[in-house]
Write a protein that binds this ligand. Structure first.
Ligand code: PLP
Length: 416
């Protein structure tokens, strides 16, 4: 029995978000404009269908909102067509499978343990259950293994290839993958597989111009809107092909969804509009600078980062090899000093998923709160020193000091 009102619980969560250092790589703090739209009266409206072709009356303003969001999104990523209705990133991915290929078809996706997402073929997801999945991974340096990718491509002759990741800290060269696919077609005479890019994690970096775009190479691109893009929780699908967008639109509605969440679509539109502004470019640049500085703090102490460092918004720290503390313990212990992160499997992890050798650490959320390189450097020192105490089993005696150290960094940033 929960003896609190919903409002009281929201206030508690707001307080937690205010007092904790948020390092979960897939979280962010959207603007008040985004939050207001997401909590607006637009939630009252049913609008099954698409602008101009709805199954309900009274949609003239809803149509304006959805059309404007599509326009802004296409402008942001320089593409021709978009669907802004997927309720989340997983639904966006599911819609692509259903639109372009058939159950039983072969799909190549990045292995979850190597950094991929559940919907890229994990056996517990619809993707691994309904399709024949051929997974590719990373080499011994933690970099996408293109040799293995090519071998599996030629061997399995997939109908679709998915590129993109949830925990991979290097830049993915979308053109290079496209060149491999084109060479495969030339050499084998096989049909080119659909080339799908899931840019959920790096969408904000691409929008801000600090990472390369999957266009014009990918046939279809999916994303979430709530990670580096700093919008409401949701999914999107983009393409340059009229034929593909027709199939995608049918797959989203009525294929897998009913009425669209127009309050969220409006909030998505606001986030696209915000990402088109010059300030967002600065934000995206700062995210990457912060992640580099943060990772260097660990590397200088000889700690291990998968792939040796980061070129984006996150990195996976191998805490088990670095100091002999598991990812689970790290997540729990850092939480006690008001730092939030998540345990993460490393490639070929010797520990099971619920323990994990790594933690995934990201900078988008605290960059939104104004953190700069020096703040992250200070935090790396706090984390290193505290985890050394954890390793020695002496952390309880010093915990309060560490909470104060974390609070000091937070308050120093707020005071600037
Ligand atoms: N794709 C990638 C690469 C992700 O990292 C995620 C979320 O973690 C998703 C898709 C799924 O997004 P959602 O949680 O909104 O379903």
């Amino acid at each position: 029995m929960i003896n609190k009102t919903y409002e009281e619980i929201i206030a508690l969560e707001a307080d937690r978000q205010n007092h904790n250092v948020e390092l979960i790589a897939s979280e962010n703090f959207p603007s008040q404009r985004v939050l207001s739209a997401a909590g607006s009266i637009l939630t009252n409206k049913y609008a099954e269908g698409y602008p101009g072709k709805r199954y309900y009356g009274g949609c003239e303003f809803i149509d304006m909102i959805e059309s404007k969001a599509i326009e802004d999104l296409c402008k942001l990523f320089s593409c021709n067509y978009a669907n802004v209705q997927p309720h989340c990133g997983s639904s966006a991915n599911q819609a692509v499978y259903r639109a372009l290929i058939h159950p039983g078809d072969t799909v190549m996706g990045m292995d979850l343990g190597a950094g991929g997402h559940l919907t890229h073929g994990h056996k517990m997801s619809f993707s691994g259950q309904d399709y024949n999945i051929v997974s590719y991974g990373v080499d011994e340096n933690g970099i996408i293994d293109l040799k293995e990718f090519k071998e599996k491509l030629y061997e399995s002759k997939p109908q679709m290839v998915i590129v993109g990741a949830s925990s991979y800290s290097q830049i993915i060269d979308y053109k290079e993958i496209n060149d491999i696919l084109e060479e495969y077609v030339k050499e084998t005479g096989e049909k080119k597989p659909y080339y799908m890019v899931d840019m959920a994690h790096v969408a904000g970096l691409i929008a801000g111009g600090v990472h390369p775009s999957p266009f014009p190479y990918a046939d279809v691109v999916t994303s979430t809107t709530h990670k580096t893009l700093r919008g409401p929780r949701g999914g999107i699908i983009l393409t340059n092909s009229e034929d593909i967008i027709k199939k995608i639109n049918k797959a989203v509605f009525p294929g897998i969804q009913g009425g669209p969440l127009e309050h969220i679509i409006c909030a998505k539109g606001i986030c696209f509009e915000e990402a088109l502004k010059p300030e967002f470019k600065e934000y995206a640049e700062q995210i990457v600078k912060n992640a580099k500085a943060f990772s260097e703090g660990f590397l200088e102490e000889g700690w291990k980062i998968i792939s040796g460092g980061t070129q984006n918004h996150m990195f996976v720290l191998d805490v088990y090899e670095s100091i002999g503390v598991t990812g689970k313990e790290t997540e729990e212990e850092l939480d006690k000093i008001h730092i939030t992160c998540n345990k993460n499997q490393i490639p070929n992890d010797p520990l099971p998923p619920l323990k994990s050798s790594g933690v995934r650490i990201g900078t988008p959320a605290m960059t939104t709160k104004g953190w700069k390189e020096d703040d992250f450097r200070k935090l790396s020192k706090v984390i290193i020193d505290y985890l050394k105490e954890v390793k020695e089993g002496t952390q309880e005696a010093v915990r309060e000091d560490y909470i104060e150290k974390v609070e000091k960094i937070i308050n120093d940033v707020k005071a600037r």
